[in-house]
Design a protein around this ligand. Structure first.
Ligand code: GCB
Length: 645
């Protein structure tokens, strides 16, 4: 584990300092060329130092199939409102930060913190619902967990240790044994550090500085209509991989012009290192299939194999068939469950496995039933999925950010088609290049984690974004990236209708050129008079399938009255009736996802006695009570069991 890299970096750092201090005096007299050379040297040196500080690696595909130790459980924590464990009193990052996990060595020593004397919270989990005092807290909290690497428990020889986080909201700075492993920004996607050089056999500790303060330039930005749950909200794993390991792989069914006797399955794989000549074996025992491939000099392979059509059972909501797949390379064996299906569009139709389908959807936040905290397990997902099932849904819009991997896999097992989205929501800083890079990274990480999930049919790039040239460029770039990463799925985004005069709703958004599916949110009956619904006409000048990605209105479960009286179940029920009748008139309607499955927490919803901090547009209350609108939607969906209407 001994490495010379730190010394090299410190040498370069010292060189930088030398250049700045001693050469500064002569700097003014240098030629332009010499100045440029010096700047380049300094930047290179700083880059090397940063590269050393960053142990970040791509999070490997299918982490749960890897040899790993869970670091979930109880973590000691304390609040650091002024970040004094990170910045000194001149606001410079301090070398003596809380990440050192210092203990007084002599009675006279001054150490003003002690992780071990602090309370614990459960990881994965949000802090807001684990400590009453943190319910509204937005800021920095430090969390620490001890762990032990027993010799032999994780193979030390020739292996690497990867520290994996399913998600931390929003910014995480991670330290292992007092040394920085790296930093990550973005609350809903996985990240990973190679900590081989930082961890050791025996006792270790990991400390994470988590900061969920909102900022205009973040993704999402300052304002959003859900709870800003902070913390290490998803699993933490210490993964043991061989030096050369399978970083990523893809198995997907190829589209066919005509159904023949054979179906082609595309297979690609990438090692973490550019090494040629590694033999990779893929087996699907149930199909009696076993094939070998060899990596090229980039450590990649891209190939395909055939399966008899009669043998291959396709994944669909009615038959969510998953095959056990085994991928082996050297000593490494990865097992996965993979479904095979195709998704495409034809004119205004959506075709699943070549046949038209109507998406009977509902939107859902990643917030638990009954307890209203951040979800992080298959069990958490299960109740929400069972409610969607009761509604007759075959499709869920995972709003407004990528949900945890357990939830996605559980939905897939249960046969739900999915829409997965990044939190490019409302008023993002469209002109900020760092904001773009952040959004693109979240998009890339979402696709990278879930590109083997047959359930996901749509990648969504944004929600209700205001029209402008800067936005068009931002989203246009994202669309191209999404397409280049995965051309087997459909792209969409939740847009808005414009130009409603004389009851004509016209969908005019430059983003239409990028999407495969035209989707928009509309709130007739809630943010606009419900009596307008029967008069509405729709102009959607695109030969693409149309999905209503949101509609709905609020009701407090148990509050009854006249259908004109806002917040009653009868108001919401009537709103649903009027909306469904109206939506039925949209030509080429390929699906709907009403807003929303269950009441969810939002600081934008303060009305006492009614909202009490919850967005009440749920078809279920936060306590799982069905509202009257539930039955209206269920009945409508019963008539949409097959195909388009
Ligand atoms: C929307 C947003 C969603 C909100 C919803 C509402 O258009 O996309 O995030 O929660 O409206 O309830 O107003």
């Amino acid at each position: 584990m001994f490495s010379l890299r730190p010394f090299f970096s410190y040498f370069l750092l010292a060189l930088c300092a030398f250049i700045r201090i001693f050469a500064g005096y002569y700097y003014m007299n240098l030629t332009m060329k010499a100045k440029k050379m010096m700047l380049l040297l300094a930047i290179t040196a700083m880059g090397a130092v940063n590269a050393k500080a960053q142990h970040e690696v791509t999070a490997p595909q299918n982490v749960y199939a890897r040899e790993s130790m869970s670091l979930n459980g109880d973590w000691n924590y304390f609040v650091d409102q002024q970040e004094q464990g990170y910045y000194d009193y001149r606001m410079n990052p301090t070398r003596w930060g809380y990440f050192l996990n210092a203990k007084p060595q002599r009675p006279s020593d001054l150490v003003e913190y002690d992780f071990d004397a602090c309370p614990t919270m459960h990881v994965p989990g949000d802090w807001n619902t684990q400590d009453e005092q943190l319910f509204w807290y937005e800021g920095t909290i430090w969390l620490k967990r001890d762990f032990e690497i027993e010799s032999g428990k994780l193979k030390v020889e020739n292996s690497r240790f990867l520290l994996y986080f399913g998600a931390v909201n929003y910014e995480a700075i991670v330290y292992v044994n007092g040394k920085k492993a790296g930093r990550h920004e973005g609350g809903f996607t996985p990240f990973c550090f190679d900590v081989t050089d930082l961890a050791k056999e025996g006792k270790n500790f990991v400390i994470v500085k988590v900061d969920n303060k909102r900022h205009q330039d973040n993704v999402p930005t300052l304002i959003f209509d859900w709870w800003n749950y902070g913390g290490i909200t998803r699993d933490v794993l210490l993964i043991s991989v061989p030096k050369t390991y399978i970083e990523d792989y893809t198995l997907s069914l190829k589209k066919q012009e005509k159904t023949g006797k054979k179906q082609e399955i595309a297979f690609s794989l990438k090692l973490n290192r550019p090494e040629a000549g590694h033999t990779v074996t893929v087996a699907i025992p149930e199909l009696k299939l076993k094939q070998q491939f060899v990596t090229d000099d980039k450590g990649c392979l891209s190939s395909q194999f055939s399966v008899a059509s009669s043998k291959l059972q396709l994944w669909s909501p009615e038959t969510p068939k998953l095959y056990q797949v085994e991928i082996a390379c050297g000593d490494e064996v990865i097992n996965d469950e993979i479904g095979f299906r195709t998704i495409e569009t034809r004119g205004r139709q959506l075709l699943l496995n070549g046949k038209p389908i109507f998406l009977r959807g509902v939107c859902s936040h990643e917030e638990t039933a009954y307890t209203s905290r951040r979800c992080n397990s298959a069990e958490d997902a299960d109740t929400l999925l069972s409610w969607a099932r009761q509604l007759g849904c075959n499709f869920i819009r995972l709003a407004h950010y990528p949900h945890n991997e357990h939830a996605v896999r559980e939905a897939e097992r249960q046969g739900f088609l999915l829409w997965s989205e990044i939190p490019v929501y409302w008023t993002i800083s469209w002109k900020n290049e760092n904001t773009y890079a952040n959004a693109e990274r979240q998009l890339t990480d979402m696709i990278r984690r879930d590109h083997n999930r047959a359930a996901i049919i749509i990648w969504s790039l944004a929600n209700e974004t205001p029209h402008s040239d800067a936005r068009d460029q931002f989203l246009g770039r994202l669309a191209k990236t999404a397409r280049s990463l995965d051309n087997t799925r459909l792209i969409s985004m939740a847009m808005e209708v414009t130009g409603a005069s004389n009851y004509v709703n016209r969908l005019q958004d430059n983003m239409n050129q990028y999407v495969d599916v035209v989707s928009f949110n509309q709130y007739i009956g809630w943010y606009r008079d419900v009596n307008d619904a029967p008069k509405m006409k729709w102009e959607i000048p695109y030969e693409k399938p149309v999905i209503i990605s949101e509609f709905g209105g609020g009701a407090k479960a148990g509050l009854h009255g006249d259908k004109e009286q806002r917040w009653t179940e009868e108001f919401q029920e009537n709103l649903y009736r009027e909306n469904l009748a109206m939506l039925d008139k949209i030509e080429g309607l390929a699906g709907t996802c009403p807003w929303v499955l269950k009441d969810f927490r939002s600081p934008r919803r303060p009305l006492p006695g009614i909202q009490d901090g919850f967005n009440r547009k749920g078809l279920f209350s936060d306590q799982g009570k069905r509202k009257k609108a539930f039955y209206v939607l269920r009945e409508w969906y019963e008539g949409k069991t097959t195909n388009t209407k």
